[in-house]
Design a protein around this ligand. Structure first.
Ligand code: FES
Ligand SMILES: [Fe+2]
Length: 411
């Protein structure tokens, strides 16, 4: 086929606007991140509601490890979910004696606190194997109505309160939460949560946003404060003319008018009073993220958190938490608001759009654009915090376990 002069067969090359972005399309710029398909060790992770944990053993997979949870006389315990005898899951067994769990196969019975083999029932009370086998255990805590498990490399777990978002420690709050197993790698879920570009477009059709206009695009800076990075909005553009295409906007007659000021709390430019606990934090931006995959979205009267808990390389646990910093009777409106519609619209349908995209994401390779500075800064933060942790462990003489790149495969 001949091409008449003047026609182009390849798109015109424009100067790249991605000057600051790494040229490569793989993830080798972030080796720790790249290797962490099944998540990072050295952190507490929420795994289920406290009310779901009883004396019946419960099997979970966390950071690629199979773990059995059980509650005994009010306290939650976690052990490796593989009997050292013949490899049967302890979670298939049950309790024969208080303070222990027994394997269903031959009745090896482990102490919940220490993991020591206390009895091998089918070898009698004098069994010589007792005292020679210790089952690995995990530290467990309960916060925000959930059970949290620490997966580390043998170091002492840091106090969980040091890892929770600071404002959740020491401030009374009522929380509403949702825990949902989801398909997709935990990194896609976290990147989706912090992704600067998507919400305005993907969520523009959600019921949660039905009556609120969303900007077309923002001018955003990412700033680090402590262990968090924040998205700071410098400008919001509520409509835009795309050369040769026309005008595009999210606004509609039935939506609230866009705020005049650039909004850094709640992204809504609300003139409502900001809750004093939230105001006291002086958050630089409304969206922030930290390790090991915790997103914080600040609204004037409540904060929404998402914890992306790695199960294995293809699955994660979505844990959405909404916190309202009120006490006593002041909490009543939150309950109505949360149970009445936030739970359905925000943790439900809005979040289902994210779930849909996380299932479909297939990267690397990837070709990033300007708003993806949010993703790049997150990956950089991960590298920095992971290197700091590795240095701390080595000071204690502990070599960090290589991450699992795929379920069960060490990097
Ligand atoms: S496999 Fe667990 S006791 Fe034999
Ligand atoms: Fe989203």
């Amino acid at each position: 086929m001949s091409v008449s002069s003047g026609e182009r067969t390849t798109p015109r090359r424009r100067p790249s606007r991605l000057g600051k972005l790494p040229g490569r399309q793989d993830w080798s710029t972030w080796p720790n991140y790249q290797a962490a398909a099944t998540g990072f060790r050295g952190y507490w992770y929420p795994v289920c509601y406290s009310s779901q944990l009883t004396g019946k053993p419960k099997a979970i997979t966390l950071v690629g490890e199979r773990i059995v949870l059980i509650r005994d006389r009010g306290t939650a315990y976690a052990l490796k979910d593989r009997c050292p005898h013949r490899g049967v899951p302890l979670s298939e067994g049950n309790q024969q004696f208080p303070g222990t769990i027994s394997c269903p196969y031959h009745g090896w019975t482990f102490d919940l606190e220490s993991g020591e083999l206390r009895a091998a029932i089918t070898d009698g009370p004098e069994s010589p194997i007792c005292g020679k086998v210790v089952q690995p255990t995990y530290e467990v805590a309960e916060r925000l109505g959930m059970v949290w498990v620490f997966v580390g490399d043998g170091e002492d777990a840091p106090p969980i309160d040091e890892q929770l978002p600071e404002e959740l420690v020491g401030n009374p709050a009522v929380v509403g939460s949702r825990i949902q197993p989801r398909e997709g790698n935990w990194r896609f879920a976290c990147e989706n949560g912090y992704d600067e570009g998507h919400a305005k477009y993907l969520h523009r059709t959600s019921l949660w946003r039905m009556f609120k206009a969303m900007p077309v695009w923002n001018e955003t800076r990412i700033v680090r404060r402590g262990r968090w990075i924040y998205r700071v909005q410098d400008a919001q553009h509520w409509d835009a003319d795309f050369p040769g295409l026309g005008r595009w906007s999210n606004q509609a007659w039935y939506k609230l008018k866009p705020p005049k000021k650039v909004a850094n709390i709640g992204n809504v430019g609300s003139h409502r009073e900001v809750n004093p606990v939230i105001a006291a934090q002086e958050f630089p931006g409304f969206a922030s993220v930290t390790m090991p995959g915790v997103l914080r979205i600040v609204y004037p009267t409540f904060i929404h958190y998402e914890f992306y808990v790695p199960i294995d390389s293809d699955n994660h646990l979505y844990v959405g938490v909404m916190a309202n910093f009120e006490e006593g009777l002041n909490t009543v409106p939150f309950y109505f608001k949360y149970l009445g519609f936030v739970r359905w619209l925000f943790h439900g349908q809005f979040s289902a759009q994210d779930k849909w995209m996380v299932e479909l994401t297939d990267a690397p390779p990837e070709r990033l654009y300007r708003p993806d500075d949010s993703l790049l800064r997150w990956r950089k933060l991960v590298e920095e915090l992971t290197e700091e942790r590795a240095a701390r462990l080595r000071e204690q003489g502990i070599e960090p376990t290589p991450a699992l790149t795929k379920n069960g495969a060490r990097s």
